[in-house]
Ligand binder design. Structure first.
Ligand SMILES: *[C@@H]1O[C@H](CO)[C@@H](O)[C@H](O)[C@H]1NC(C)=O
Length: 168
């Protein structure tokens, strides 16, 4: 029995080694780290997000709603300037993008993230998704998942977004 369990462990470990070994080469030096304690100097955010075709932009808890295709997203951080990336949601409502800050921003993750994705309303996407309010913005705060070292200094934050909030 003990032998059987340790054999299983070896199989699990070698599967993990195989999985990590097969990551794309471009990502080889960029090992995600646990989020360090204290203040972080973030120079870039790599975000993923989803915009649901609902009045709030958020999917219901059971999911099962389509996403909004072709919505223009912009990124912004309170108190930071820089070239802020824009991104579009893809055909199923997902977006991936990069927000680069000229000077970086020092954040304390325990106090929440001062950076957001925004969608300006009305949505002009050419899709049938017309359920949003006609003015204002939808805003979703970043949620920090992990960080990687930026070769030029500072950290790259890997983030997703928390629910969209309507701002008139
Ligand atoms: C949209 O992006 C998501 C997340 O990257 C991906 O899973 C999905 O396949 C993409 N959809 C299309 C139609 O490209």
């Amino acid at each position: 029995m003990a032998y059987y369990n340790s054999a299983k462990l070896v199989i699990v470990v070698s599967t993990l080694v195989l999985l990590f070994g097969s990551l794309p080469q471009g990502h080889a030096e960029v090992q995600p780290q646990a989020i360090p304690a204290g203040l972080l100097n973030i120079v870039q955010f790599q975000f993923t997000s989803f915009l649901a075709c609902t009045p709030t932009g958020n999917p219901p808890s059971g999911g099962g709603v389509p996403g909004v295709a072709g919505a223009l997203l912009s990124g912004t951080c309170n108190g930071a300037s820089g070239s802020l990336a824009t991104a579009f949601t893809n055909a199923t409502g997902f977006a991936q993008g990069i927000l680069t800050l000229a000077e970086g921003i020092v954040i304390d993750p325990s106090r929440g993230m001062p950076c957001f994705l925004q969608v300006r309303l009305p949505l002009i996407t050419g899709t049938t998704c017309t359920v949003f309010p006609p003015t204002g913005i939808l805003e979703a705060a970043f949620q920090l998942l992990s960080v990687v070292n930026n070769p030029l200094g500072g950290l790259v934050a890997i983030v997703t977004t928390v629910p969209w909030v309507y701002r008139p």
